[in-house]
Write a protein that binds this ligand. Structure first.
Ligand SMILES: C[S@@+](CC[C@H](N)C(=O)[O-])C[C@H]1O[C@@H](n2cnc3c(N)ncnc32)[C@H](O)[C@@H]1O
Length: 226
């Protein structure tokens, strides 16, 4: 196989892994298994599929912080939900954020995030399809979630827990792959949570770059003062 063939085969394998992850229907055991095997090559594969999510989520978090949050950027407490190998944390750190916690369903992905050195804590074995029982309410100024509210991963009602751990007048920043927003009742869930006073949609960058094959929407939700 020549170099070009090898590159094409590697890119094809990266797309296949991404597709496989979308077919797991939120099954925590199968997702954890898949990401256990993917942790060591995840970052390289994201280069192959043209993954832009982490840069855009981090830049949106930066803009929201500058526009709406008091205090120095380096003291803003951020939770990176489904932090994976830490691609979002690295971008946040580049922008001057310094208090960054993360969690992920997969221990192996969280271990990679810890190795970046930008997280205060990065815990594995935390499932956003359930209660985040180790995370007290109103503990973060910003909660970010990139590539996790996506096909086969976390249901739209995961937003409720993201809002709970965010303090009043803090923000949740999340990406939703277009096909996820269309095939789940994501916008219906947003309306429900808004009606219940859980969050308020503040900004949405629609149809932003995400991966080469598909765009995403990038959301900023404000958690209302109680
Ligand atoms: C596409 S990766 C995105 C990782 C990282 N946020 C990024 O943008 O590079 C999806 C991540 O979500 C995690 N994940 C999947 N289901 C989850 C769940 N129910 N709770 C927490 N994390 C989950 C996976 O283990 C994986 O690390």
């Amino acid at each position: 196989m020549n170099t070009l063939d090898q590159q094409t085969a590697t890119e094809q394998a990266a797309r296949e892994r991404m597709k496989a992850s979308h077919a797991l229907d939120g099954d925590a055991g199968r997702l954890a298994d898949l990401y256990r095997g993917w942790a060591s090559s995840f970052d390289r594969d994201q280069g192959h599929v043209g993954y832009r999510g982490p840069v855009i989520v981090a830049e949106l978090a930066g803009a929201v912080q500058a526009a709406y949050l008091d205090g120095q950027r380096n003291a803003i407490a951020i939770l990176d939900a489904g932090c994976g190998t830490g691609l979002v944390g690295v971008e946040l750190e580049r922008l001057g954020f310094r208090v960054i916690d993360g969690f992920d369903l997969s221990d192996e992905m969280a271990e990679k995030a810890r190795q970046t050195g930008v997280y205060r804590h990065a815990r594995g074995d935390v499932d956003l399809n359930g209660q985040l029982s180790d995370y007290p309410s109103a503990s973060y100024d910003l909660t970010v979630c990139c590539g996790v509210l996506t096909l086969g991963h976390v249901r739209p009602d995961g937003l409720r827990e993201l809002a709970r751990v965010t303090r009043p007048n803090g923000f949740v920043i999340a990406s939703t792959r277009k096909s996820y927003a269309e095939t789940t009742s994501f916008e219906g869930e947003v309306r429900r949570l808004q009606d219940e006073g859980v969050l308020i949609p503040a900004q949405c960058l629609r149809n932003g770059r995400y991966v080469a094959e598909e765009d995403a929407h990038y959301w900023a939700f404000r958690v209302p003062a109680k």
